[in-house]
Design a protein around this ligand. Structure first.
Ligand code: ATP
Ligand code: MG
Length: 658
């Protein structure tokens, strides 16, 4: 991006909070004032929501930027905060996890049950020679033991590295090697799309290449046959037989809690390191604030996988530290039928739902009648994360899932930020469909030009964070230089200009006339069309606003006349005819629709109607691969792709077009 992003679309719809939500909200408008008056005092107050074994001496040490230390000198145990303290407060019988297996089997785990399991797992890990500072790889399906394993590591001070249970041998072994892990916790398999899907063979192959691994702890989930080596131990023969007493020891606020590799949308994944006190402070408070969780009455459900940061912060650490009752689901949204999500919401009376735009668009594609068949009236807050949510998808979500009354919170954050950074507050903000609105109290987000100057309202540019925040990444594991180069060398002190250290998120954004922030996709994805910087997101949202379109991905492909030209990959809605002439006509209609919505500059050169889009495991569109296709190059790194067959489908379609 040479200058600023063109600002093509505008949105006038706005939805203030329902009166009751506003009146009862956990966090009200005053929080913004408090934080603006004294940011560090504000975060100290939020840290006080946790139980500390030793109080900190200093809220933030920023004397060696960009390496931050939060709550310096403080000590706490994360598992104690997520489990023990709720039991000690008399909530042992409260349900922590309503677990729903894909085949329909269920488990109900109370906080007392969780305490027992986590204590047993902690004793087992200690017995296997794992101690504070050691790394443990977790490669699991979405079963309660995944959360137990994470909490057990946290309890003994071992640093976990969760690897999505579905990544390849190569992805798993590189992550094990990068972190030099000692133990793998896994399962025989999990259920996906109606059948057992094996995990253990992948672990076996990966471990064979990783001499650092001393033991492999295996949960029996599917009962499928597994090969066995002398490193392998069954979970039910160790953890479930272990003593249920375990005294949690407090760790330093900066003790390494976990390493998590980013989803790899833009390139080789980075091992993001998070630590203890600041991370839990922000994930806990944001969960309380953004979802307005009332632990006594709410049933919360985050549909993310535990292998993604959303699963870490908003299935495990945030909700459990707040004593939430939550749903955890093992399988896919279309098993056994496309109504599975709504059936679960209805069954458990879910009141807070947190999901991703990719799923919302998929549900749109499947049709409104599916959610309409269920009682979704328990829902009171809806959340979105992972990608920009197209305004029409936001409207569909609110109308068809939120019966036209629930606030929708579009939460912007990253693996690197650890917790939510930009989001509406459901009891305060009058949200606009498609905007993450403004930075949360205590967070300083800005949109700047290439000189790091704040753009005025109405302008577009780079999203940056001007001040350190508690749950910020501390470094890239083993690679401080890459940490500085990637995030701190674009603007400010890290770039050798100015005194301030400015974090560059890698995303483009704009401020609308009211100062609300609109995320415009990755800076790497921004297109340069006849000298104008145009965001992929705005063109995609224009396409999705056409009634025949379910999903769209847009890339800038090299073009002899315009520098780059817009190539769009579009998935039509289920009922749309795309054969022969109908397809040709739709193609023309869509190109005109974009030109009409955003102006002629944004008119795609070419539209490909496709059955699927390449996505990461966390559901993000991988535009760099589509760009390879559009420019007829061989494909880059596809290891984090959900389904590599999709690329063959798209590439072969592309070969047939001129
Ligand atoms: P990599 O950094 O390896 O390319 P990744 O960025 O996809 O992978 P994550 O940390 O999971 O990995 O994703 C964070 C990114 O997701 C953000 O930088 C942003 O581009 C996008 N994102 C997340 N939430 C939102 C949101 N609410 N609105 C817009 N974009 C979002
Ligand atoms: Mg990223």
């Amino acid at each position: 991006m040479s200058e600023t992003l063109a600002n093509l679309s505008s949105e006038t719809r706005q939805f203030p909070p329902p009166e009751q939500v506003a009146a009862d909200a956990n966090v009200k408008a005053e929080a913004y004032e408090e934080a603006a008056a004294d940011r560090l005092a504000f975060w100290a107050t939020q840290a006080d929501r946790l139980t500390w074994a030793k109080k900190w001496d200093q809220v933030l040490d920023w004397s060696n930027p960009p390496f931050a230390k939060w709550f310096v000198g403080g000590e706490l145990n994360i598992a104690y905060n997520c489990v023990d303290r709720h039991v000690e407060a008399g909530h042992g019988d409260k349900v922590a996890i309503h677990w729903e297996g894909e085949p329909g089997d269920t488990r109900t785990i109370t906080y007392a049950d969780l305490l027992k399991l986590v204590s047993q797992a902690a004793n087992t890990l200690t017995g296997l020679g794992v101690g504070a500072g050691d790394r443990v790889a977790i490669y699991m399906p979405m079963i309660p033991e995944a959360a137990v394993a994470m909490l057990a590591c946290a309890r003994i001070g071992a640093t976990h590295s969760v690897v999505f249970g579905g990544f390849s041998v190569d992805a798993l072994s590189t992550r094990i090697k990068d972190a030099d892990a000692k133990l793998v916790i896994t399962a025989d398999g999990g259920y996906r799309r109606g059948k057992p899907s094996a995990l253990k063979p992948t672990v076996d192959e990966a471990v064979a290449q990783c001499p650092s691994i001393e033991n492999v702890l295996v949960v029996r989930r599917t009962g499928q046959e597994v090969a066995w080596t002398d490193k392998d131990k069954w979970w039910h023969e160790t953890v479930e037989q272990a003593g249920a007493e375990h005294k949690a020891q407090a760790f330093d606020a900066e003790h390494p809690l976990f390493i998590l590799y980013t989803s790899g949308t833009t390139g080789k994944p980075k091992g993001i390191l998070h630590t203890t006190g600041g991370y839990l402070t922000q994930t806990s408070w944001t969960h309380h604030a953004v979802f307005d969780l009332k632990p006594e009455t709410d049933v919360y459900w985050c549909t993310a996988d535990i292998g993604w940061v959303t699963g870490h912060s908003y299935i495990v650490y945030g909700p459990l530290s707040n004593g939430a009752t939550q749903v955890m689901y093992e399988g896919t949204p279309d098993t056994p039928g496309r109504d599975r999500f709504w059936q679960i919401v209805d069954k458990y009376k879910v009141s807070i739902l947190y999901t991703a735009p990719t799923l919302i668009r998929t549900m749109m594609k499947w049709g409104d009648d599916i959610p309409a068949g269920y009682d979704l009236s328990s829902l009171r807050i809806l959340g979105s994360v992972g990608e920009p949510i197209n305004p029409e998808a936001w409207m569909w979500y609110r109308k068809n899932i939120g019966h036209d009354k629930t606030p929708v919170v579009d939460t912007w954050w990253q693996t690197e930020t650890g917790g939510v950074m930009i989001s509406p507050l459901p009891g305060v903000t009058a949200a606009k469909p498609g905007s993450a609105m403004t930075a949360l109290p205590g967070i300083t987000a800005d949109v700047v030009d290439d000189q790091a100057q704040s753009v005025p309202n109405g302008g577009g540019g780079f999203l940056v964070l001007r001040d350190p925040w508690p749950s910020m990444l501390r470094t890239i594991w083993g690679d401080d230089k890459r940490f500085i180069d990637t995030y701190w060398s674009r603007f400010g002190a890290g770039a050798g200009t100015g005194d301030d250290w400015i974090y560059f998120a890698g995303d483009g954004a704009k401020k609308d006339d009211d100062g609300a922030i609109w995320l415009l996709g990755r800076v790497d994805d921004v297109m340069l069309i006849s000298g104008h910087n145009i965001s992929t997101t705005e063109v995609e949202s224009a396409l999705v606003s056409h009634p025949s379109v379910a999903e769209a991905a847009v890339v800038g492909a090299t073009d002899p006349t315009t520098g780059q030209a817009i190539v769009a990959f579009v998935i039509p809605r289920g009922n749309v005819d795309t054969e022969g002439d109908a397809g040709e006509k739709l193609n023309v209609d869509l190109r005109n629709h974009v030109a009409k919505t955003l102006g002629p500059i944004a008119k795609p050169r070419q539209i490909m109607l496709v059955p699927e889009l390449p996505k990461t495991r966390s559901g993000k569109i991988m535009r760099r691969l589509l760009k390879d296709v559009a420019e007829r190059r061989s494909l880059g790194d596809v290891t984090t792709l959900q389904d590599s067959a999709v690329m063959d489908l798209i590439s072969s379609g592309m070969k047939n077009t001129k």
